[in-house]
Design a protein around this ligand. Structure first.
Ligand SMILES: *[C@@H]1O[C@H](CO)[C@@H](O)[C@H](O)[C@H]1NC(C)=O
Ligand SMILES: *[C@@H]1O[C@H](CO)[C@@H](O)[C@H](O)[C@H]1NC(C)=O
Length: 184
C-alpha cells in the first residue's frame, strides 16, 4: 500500500535526485526508508549501505540490489550461528531454548529461499514478487523473535540478528517500492 506520505517522499526524493546540490543518494534513500518503516533507523540504514562495497557510486537500482545482498549475507551468517549454537552448546541449552532455536533454524532456512527468490525477481524487475518475498523474510524474523517471548526469558538469543535482518529487508522493500512507482 502506498500512503500519501510516501508519495510525498517520492516527490522529495525525485527533487533531491535532480538537484545539483543533492545529498548523497544513500542519504536520501535512507531518509525515505526510515520514514516508510519506523523500525528502520536512519543511522542503521546509512551505516549498512555505506559499508557495502560499490555503494558509493551506485544508482537506486544498484542500492536495492546491495540491500538484498546484505540481507542474504546476514541471513546465511545467522543460519550458521544457530547451527553452531545447537551443535556446540546443546548441553547448556534448556529444552525450551533448543526448541526455539530449531524453529528459528527452520524459519531462516525457508527465508534463505525467499531471499534468493527476491534477488531473482528484483533482477528481472518483477518488483511486486520481490516485495512479497522481502515481506515474508521480515515476518519470519519477527516470528523467530516472538518465539522466545512466550516464556518471559527477557531476551532472545537472536534479537540483535533478527533486527538486523528485518531492517535490511525493510530497506530493500522500501527501494523496491520506489522503483515500483517509477516503473508505472
Ligand atoms: C549484518 O548486518 C549488520 C548491520 O548492517 C552488520 O553490522 C553485520 O556485520 C552484518 N553481518 C553479516 C554477516 O553480514
Ligand atoms: C530490536 O528491535 C526492537 C524494535 O525496533 C527494539 O525495541 C529493540 O531494542 C531491538 N533490540 C536489539 C538488541 O537491537
Amino acid at each position: 500500500m502506498i500512503s500519501p506520505s510516501s508519495f510525498l517522499s517520492l516527490f522529495i526524493f525525485s527533487s533531491l535526485f535532480i538537484s545539483i546540490h543533492a545529498k548523497t543518494l544513500i542519504h536520501s534513500t535512507c531518509e525515505i526508508c526510515s520514514e516508510q518503516d519506523p523500525f528502520v533507523t536512519f543511522r542503521f540504514c546509512t551505516t549498512s549501505l555505506q559499508a557495502a562495497s560499490g555503494s558509493r557510486h551506485a544508482d537506486i537500482k544498484e542500492l536495492g540490489k546491495i540491500s538484498i545482498k546484505l540481507t542474504y549475507d546476514n541471513m546465511t551468517d545467522t543460519r550458521s550461528y544457530i547451527k553452531k549454537l545447537l551443535k556446540n552448546d546443546i548441553e547448556k541449552l534448556s529444552s525450551y531454548l533448543k526448541l526455539r532455536l530449531d524453529d528459528c533454524l527452520d524459519l531462516y532456512k525457508d527465508s534463505i529461499s525467499d531471499i534468493k527468490d527476491a534477488m531473482r525477481y528484483y533482477s528481472s524487475k518483477r518488483y511486486y514478487e520481490a516485495s512479497l518475498h522481502l515481506s515474508s523474510i521480515m515476518d519470519a524474523t519477527t516470528t523467530c523473535d516472538d518465539g522466545f517471548k512466550e516464556k518471559r526469558l527477557g531476551i532472545s538469543l537472536l534479537t540483535k540478528r533478527n533486527n538486523a535482518t528485518f531492517e535490511l529487508a525493510a530497506i530493500g522493500l522500501s527501494i523496491v517500492r520506489i522503483l515500483q512507482i517509477d516503473n508505472n
